[in-house]
Design a binder for this molecule. Structure first.
Ligand code: UD1
Length: 445
């Protein structure tokens, strides 16, 4: 079946009816720098959680509802497109989403959708465990690295699946009677592999033990939603997750956790501009490594009820700090580019080491075009603080690199024009509105 032939007739709310920023790849963002940011920024639901929760809804024929869902994000639209292609009914209103996977008629996740967003690989485990078969396009590499899915595949084979790779697709079949629980030791910590296997194991026979599992808050949240749906899971938030398979999962209502990467990004915005920002509905407990680094750089960060307050005295320069990305609870790779933007104007030299993805310094040449002094050596970058950045025309290469350039533009002298901003709309809801309301001069051109 070709993708264009599919008309999601069962859709209650169509994607284009959702209030969303419709951006073509030619759109640019212009930031006029050196404005202090002060005010309130509401934090959206976590993209990297919501995308997986949508896949969890494939595990049951009953309706699963999500609150605080970042529905306007482009990645959420791509995931909706995929679920509708498979035969789900997806309805979305403001930040509510309801998914019914009672009418699945296709077990194939086609290349045209998967290539847009790697999060779609997460339909593999749920489809395979519930229907006994799945066909998912290999996601391929992306700008930040090769990003293989070998661990997802090997671990599903350990649950008894027969998998072959053909024509760029993962063809997976469960044994008669369904997947079998097993002890799985991941050779490397992987967020996606942990999530795929956790979902697959919920409907497998017997117990599955995932060792060297990832501990990201998004995985704990996914696990908590699965428990509400009737799954038996213990050990969430530790590196050993135990899942005892059940026959069926049911409907549930679940609220998506706040986006810790969006939160961390706006923390850096306050730090760089020397402002005072209240981040509404944000959790510092999910950002201990990042907050610790900000404190060492001279930024005040504290939780006040459901909000985080970030404050930096404009008269005290930021201090240089060293950063190394690590799996949670270490410093997140998804905040590396933003922190590097901040360190370009810190007092002294900082060492930034990227250990998760092999090609995640594409923001460096762009920041250097704005007057930064950064040298890359292997998987480390030496950032020598400069007195100020200068506005320039720059190119966004991936989601987090794009936002790092917006942050740099906020403090640069003059105008910064950021090209290819469609990356930003994959992961930041209403970024222009949220920053403008705090005093930033930022617009789409
Ligand atoms: C998720 C996040 C992404 C974040 C990353 C690391 C989503 C949609 N994306 O991506 O934003 O940057 O976690 O926190 O949630 N690896 C293998 N084989 C595999 C799987 C992974 O070698 O089968 C490697 C990867 O190439 C990478 C490392 O393991 O070097 C970690 O990747 P992983 O945690 O799986 O990242 P994602 O789940 O793809």
């Amino acid at each position: 079946m070709s993708l264009s032939a599919v008309k999601p007739t069962n859709t209650v709310t169509k994607i284009d009816e959702i209030q969303s920023v419709n951006t073509s790849s030619l759109d640019k963002i212009q930031v006029t720098g050196a404005q202090q940011l002060n005010g309130i920024i509401p934090i959206s639901g976590a993209k990297n959680c919501a995308l997986k929760l949508m896949c969890a809804a494939l595990l049951t024929g009953e309706t699963v509802k999500f609150q605080n869902s970042p529905n306007t994000l482009r990645d959420m639209q791509s995931q909706t497109e995929l679920l509708e292609y498979l035969g789900c009914t997806v309805s979305r209103e403001k930040d509510l989403m309801a998914i019914n996977a009672g009418g699945i008629k296709d077990y194939t996740a086609p290349y045209d959708i998967v290539r847009k967003m790697r999060g779609s690989i997460l339909v593999l485990g749920p489809l395979l465990t519930r229907f006994g078969e799945a066909r998912v396009s290999l996601p391929g590499g992306c700008a930040i690295g090769t990003r293989p899915v070998d661990m997802h595949i090997k671990a599903l084979e350990e649950l008894g699946a027969k998998i072959n790779l053909e024509g760029g697709y993962i063809n997976a079949k469960a044994p008669k009677g369904g997947l079998q629980g097993a002890k799985i030791m991941f050779p490397k910590v992987s967020v996606g592999a942990t999530e795929n296997l956790m979902m697959a194991a919920t409907l497998a026979n017997g117990e599955t033990i995932l060792s060297n599992a990832a501990r990201e808050p998004e995985i704990t949240d996914l696990g908590e939603c699965l428990i509400k749906m009737g799954a038996k899971i213990t050990g969430l938030g530790t590196d050993t997750i135990r899942i005892t398979g059940v026959k069926n999962l049911n409907s549930a209502i679940h609220s998506v956790i706040p986006d810790r990467i969006e939160t961390g990004t706006y923390m850096v915005a306050a730090a760089m501009t020397g402002g005072n920002i209240r981040l509404e509905n944000a959790r510092l407990e999910h950002l201990t490594a990042a907050a610790g680094h900000l404190a060492r750089a001279g930024v005040q960060v504290e939780q006040e009820g459901n909000d985080i307050i970030v404050n930096r005295d404009i008269d005290k320069p930021l201090k240089a700090i060293d950063i190394m990305t690590e799996p949670h609870p270490g410093f997140p790779t998804d905040l590396q580019a933003q922190f590097m933007a901040m360190l370009t104007i810190a007092n002294g030299a900082s060492l930034v080491t990227e250990t998760i993805f092999e090609n995640r310094f594409m923001h460096v040449p762009e920041l250097n075009r704005m007057g930064a002094n950064i040298t890359v050596q292997g998987n480390s970058a030496i950032v020598r603080g400069v007195n100020g950045l200068k506005g320039a025309e720059v190119m966004a290469t991936d989601l987090r690199a794009s936002v790092a350039l917006v942050l740099a533009g906020l403090v640069a002298d003059g105008e910064t024009t950021i090209n290819r901003i469609y990356h930003l709309e994959r992961g930041y809801e209403d970024i222009i509105g949220k920053l403008s309301r705090c005093g930033a001069k930022i617009k789409k051109i």
